[in-house]
Design a protein around this ligand. Structure first.
Ligand SMILES: Cc1cc2nc3c(=O)[nH]c(=O)nc-3n(C[C@H](O)[C@H](O)[C@H](O)COP(=O)(O)OP(=O)(O)OC[C@H]3O[C@@H](n4cnc5c(N)ncnc54)[C@H](O)[C@@H]3O)c2cc1C
Length: 484
């Protein structure tokens, strides 16, 4: 094999840097392996992993026979340790399912028994009084509830960023803007030759397909199993942190056949999410939101929490669930393409299950013949990035003394300093969305009205990029299109 090819030669390539690919890459980074993580977008976590409810589920929604239920519970239990190592925003605030009539009370009794069978620790069936004591923001019409104390909330993109950062610190190589478009395998050697749209090439002995909505297309490129991923859209509205409707727990209605219903979710950063809808669509890129969904979302949410109001809305967005027939995760060694692991159909609770999926895929790779030898110098921890908004005023003085850029607040709504934006850029986030997800700049009440221009200036200064190469999220989303 020529020298140049040896440089691009990996033991394992993980396709897709969402929460699933990132968890797998990080898990593999603990072993003496050359691992590549490839992502078609300009940054990691720009797929389904950026737009979801951010809930760490409690293991009672699905039957115990599903693979996704086992991985959900295992994943849930891994979050405390992960937070100590990776410092992403996470709170085990608990989940409450509210029954609003006698019929729904029967449904939550069923969920309670399922949760107990599945092993959801501390799950509790609550009287009306106990339900209202746990969550006073609920409507007084509530008749009872189901409480799962192991449930929680995280900032999903920050979780993915930390996983990837940890993987990179332990030797994983990340290829952004690398859309796997062609694959060759020459029977004579052990390697897959994987090409992107510009014909850049990497070689890999083992491959993991964690391409989310596009896992069906990636599977075809490898001549592996044929299946179809259908996008199921979920629309959300984000409420300002001044809202009177912020609950202390994640509030679920009683679920139906297709979805978990319209939730009211406190985010780790103090805002509130209302949604999501569940609508099967065809277009895997359709992230639009619609006026007509707004009324049904709010009518439904107000039934549980009367103070939810459209006046508090600061933005809307949607995410697409990658749904596979059968509704379970499909995580297996391919029967058709040698040394390919399929990690497809990872819809909800994929975020919760992701750490356990990392473990599961590592074991499948071992079963498929990958030798795993632990790295003696593996470092589980990533350094914490100090944030002005987490500090008390005199602690901020101390930060500013050490680095004056902490004294320049760029995003006023979310109190993000210039130092934090510079740190995001130094850690490889060079689009407006990448910086927003890393720092929260532009996520507050004014949605970037005040800070976007300042952030563009900082990106240009720190990276040397000309203005016409600054983009919202890479590729065709440039902020300025023509020379002035
Ligand atoms: C509305 C909604 C609400 C949800 N709520 C929750 C929740 O509260 N809790 C929970 O546990 N789960 C939740 N989920 C599920 C969770 O978000 C997903 O299971 C999880 O994000 C899937 O991660 P992933 O890495 O498989 O997919 P993705 O994040 O989509 O990652 C796949 C990546 O592959 C890349 N890619 C695709 N094709 C290629 C290619 N050819 N070459 C290179 N890269 C490629 C994509 O760009 C993408 O970044 C929700 C999902 C939705 C949509």
């Amino acid at each position: 094999m020529p020298d140049q090819e040896q440089n691009q030669q990996y033991d394992v390539t993980v396709i897709g840097a969402g929460v699933v690919g990132a968890s797998i890459a990080r898990r593999l980074s603990a072993y003496q392996l050359r691992v590549a993580l490839v992502e078609k977008e300009a940054d990691v976590s720009f797929g389904t992993s950026k737009a979801n409810s951010g809930i760490i589920h409690g293991g009672f929604h699905h039957e115990g026979s599903y693979l996704k239920t086992k991985l959900e519970l295992q994943g849930n239990m891994m979050f405390d340790q992960l937070q100590r190592e990776l410092h992403f925003p996470f709170k085990r605030c608990g989940i409450l399912v509210a029954a609003m009539n006698e019929e729904e009370l029967k449904a939550i009794q069923f969920l309670y028994h399922r949760g107990r069978e599945n092993g959801s620790a501390g799950i509790e069936l609550c009287s009306r009084e106990r339900t209202l004591e746990l969550e006073p923001k609920l409507s007084p019409d509530v008749v009872g509830g189901l409480y799962a104390p192991i449930g929680g909330i995280i900032e999903p993109y920050r979780f993915v960023f930390s996983l990837v950062e940890s993987a990179l610190r332990n030797g994983v190589e990340l290829y952004r803007d690398f859309q796997v478009s062609r694959v060759e395998r020459d029977g004579a050697d052990d390697f897959y030759r994987i090409f992107d749209r510009q014909d850049r090439k990497i070689l890999s002995r083992y491959v993991v397909n964690a391409a989310g909505l596009y896992a069906d297309e990636v599977s075809q490129l490898f001549g592996a199993e044929e299946f179809q991923i259908t996008p199921r859209k979920g629309e959300y509205y984000l409420l300002d942190r001044m809202t009177q409707a912020c609950p202390s727990k994640v509030l679920f209605p009683v679920p139906n056949q297709v979805s978990k219903g319209m939730l009211v979710i406190p985010t780790v950063e103090g805002t509130v999410l209302v949604g999501p809808t569940a609508e099967e669509i065809r277009d895997k890129e359709d992230l639009s939101t619609s006026r007509e969904k707004l009324d049904s979302i709010f009518d439904s949410a107000r039934r549980m929490v009367p103070k939810v109001s459209t006046r508090d809305v600061i933005t809307s967005f949607s995410g697409l669930r990658p749904v596979l027939e059968g509704d379970d995760f499909y995580i297996e060694v391919s029967k058709k393409a040698p040394r390919l692991i399929q990690a497809a159909g990872i819809q909800s609770p994929g975020l919760t299950a992701a750490p356990a999926i990392g473990e599961y895929v590592k074991d499948l790779l071992k079963k498929a013949g990958l030798p795993l030898q632990e790295k003696p110098d593996y470092q589980a921890e990533v350094p914490r990035v100090p944030r002005v908004r987490d500090r008390r005023p005199f602690d901020v003085d101390d930060l500013v003394r050490r680095n004056p850029a902490y004294g320049n607040i760029v995003c006023r709504c979310e109190e993000v300093s210039e130092a934090e934006i510079i740190e995001a850029i130094r850690r490889g986030h060079r689009t407006l969305d990448g910086i927003k997800f890393f720092t929260r700049s532009g996520m507050g009440r004014c949605q970037g009205g005040f800070c976007t221009a300042k952030i563009i200036e900082i990106i240009m200064r720190e990276t040397g990029l000309p203005y016409h190469e600054i983009s919202k999220r890479g590729k065709e989303s440039r902020v300025f299109w023509r020379s002035l």
